[in-house]
Write a protein that binds this ligand. Structure first.
Ligand SMILES: [Zn+2]
Length: 144
C-alpha cells in the first residue's frame, strides 16, 4: 500500500482532495466516520454496491454506477474496499487518465475527508493503517 502511494500520482493532489470534498458535499453524510459510511456514500452518489467473492479491485468500470466489491467479514476492511471501488468509479467517470496511486489517495481522502483526520486519529470505520496513511499523504499534500 505504502509502495503504491509512493509511486507518482498522475493527478494533482489538490484535485483529488476536491473530488473527495465534492463527493462528501453531494452525499452530506451525518457522520462520515460511522461504520458503513462507504456504503452510504456510494449509495447517495448513485452507485449500487454488490459484494462478490470473486473480484479483485478496479473491475467495476464494466457496468456504470455499479461497484463490485470483494466481500469481507471484517467491517472496517469492507468499508475501505467499498470506498476504494467508489474511488475507482469516480475517477473513471471524471478523470480517466489516472493511476492506482491516485485511486488510493482518493480512497483515503474519501475515508477521512478534509482535515478532519486530525480530530479522528482513532477512527474505527476503516483499518487503522488507512488512517495512518491518510495522515502521511495529507502531510505530503500540505508540504508539496
Ligand atoms: Zn484498485
Amino acid at each position: 500500500m505504502h509502495a503504491i502511494l509512493a509511486r507518482p500520482w498522475l493527478l494533482d493532489a489538490a484535485l483529488l482532495e476536491g473530488v473527495a470534498h465534492a463527493a462528501h458535499e453531494r452525499a452530506d453524510l451525518a457522520d462520515p466516520f460511522a461504520g458503513g459510511s462507504g456504503l452510504l456514500l456510494a449509495a447517495r452518489l448513485g452507485y449500487v454496491v454488490i459484494a462478490r467473492d470473486d473480484v479483485g479491485c478496479g473491475v467495476s468500470g464494466l457496468m456504470p454506477q455499479m461497484l463490485l466489491v470483494r466481500a469481507s467479514a471484517d467491517d472496517p476492511r469492507w468499508n475501505l474496499r467499498v470506498l476504494h471501488e467508489l474511488a475507482h468509479g469516480l475517477l473513471d467517470d471524471a478523470h480517466p487518465h489516472h493511476g492506482h496511486a491516485d485511486v488510493w489517495a482518493l480512497t483515503l481522502a474519501l475515508a477521512i475527508p478534509g482535515r478532519a483526520f486530525r480530530r479522528h486519529h482513532d477512527a474505527r470505520h476503516v483499518p487503522r493503517w488507512a488512517v495512518a496513511l491518510r495522515r502521511l499523504t495529507s502531510r505530503a499534500v500540505s508540504h508539496g
